[in-house]
Design a protein around this ligand. Structure first.
Ligand code: MG
Length: 270
């Protein structure tokens, strides 16, 4: 397992590799450290420096700043499509979130005054590793840098009233990503998939599995790249399982994906 973090130790953001194992909650075990890297491994590969920090002494940042776009996939779990009264799409349903919506682990989700129904959507996020287009599904893993966790925060009322989703899913802070990029684990490698769980103020509200995606990750990479060139650092959000619901100011939302860790964010008034 290689876990790439982006972190701040009080100065300029740096990249690093997280050492140690995760406990059953997806949290790093006691004594975890970060070995700093020379530059962004997305562009220069993993070059370890002789510089190590204790995890508790640094602040983790969004592990990737999407260079051009975050591509969202809507209704990719049948039970979620049904809970919002929608049919399952015949091909992947794409939308865009601006890269300015990205925040990191522990950063605040800002509740905008324009909505009164701000919802979480816990998801697996695919980080693209190289420039590509028209990628066949069987070559998708070649263009994937790794995986992280995403929360496709959505103003549900604006999604309905606007008729298209740019505003509802595009506000600043509406794309928490993190806590790191796992470059080795493929969340669909296992026949049963891996669990995608969301907790709101500690209560389990989403409990899905990547095995239940309608379109698997290689199909999504092929579909998106058949429409638009993907750049290193672009992100594809792979859709959310059932159980979406509202968040309130003062609340905390945590998305846990088995093998990928845990992404927590609090909600504040914008
Ligand atoms: Mg979503």
């Amino acid at each position: 397992m290689v876990r790439i973090v982006r972190f701040s130790a009080g100065e300029e953001p740096q990249y690093g590799v997280l050492t140690g194992d995760l406990d059953e909650h997806g949290e790093p075990e006691e004594g975890a450290t970060i070995v700093a890297l020379a530059g962004d491994p997305l562009y220069v590969g993993v070059k370890l420096l002789e510089q190590e920090h204790r995890l508790e002494d640094v602040r983790l940042l969004a592990p990737v700043l999407p260079r051009s776009k975050v591509v969202g996939i809507g209704r990719n779990y049948a039970a979620h499509a049904a809970e919002l009264g929608n049919d399952v799409p015949e091909e992947p349903l794409m939308f865009l979130k601006p890269n300015t919506s990205v925040i990191g682990p522990g950063d605040a989700i800002a509740y905008p005054r324009q909505t009164s129904d701000l919802q979480y959507e816990g998801e697996v996020a695919v980080v693209i590793g190289r420039i590509c287009r028209d990628v066949p599904p069987e070559q998708a893993t070649d263009v994937i840098h790794g995986y992280t966790i995403g929360n496709d925060v959505t103003a549900r009322d604006l999604q309905r009233s606007d008729g298209q989703w740019s505003r509802a899913k595009g506000f600043d802070t509406f794309c928490p990503l993190g806590p790191w990029i796992e470059t080795d684990l493929d969340p669909q490698h296992f026949a049963d998939g891996v669990s995608v769980r969301t907790y709101l103020d500690g209560d389990l509200v989403q409990d899905g599995s990547t095995a239940d995606m309608i379109f698997d990750i290689p199909t999504l990479v092929a579909h998106v790249s058949s429409a638009m060139t993907l750049l290193p650092g672009d992100v594809i959000l792979t859709g959310t399982p059932e159980g979406v619901g509202p968040m309130e100011v003062g609340g905390e939302v945590e998305v846990v994906v088995a093998g990928l860790g845990s992404l927590s964010n609090k909600v504040v008034q914008r």
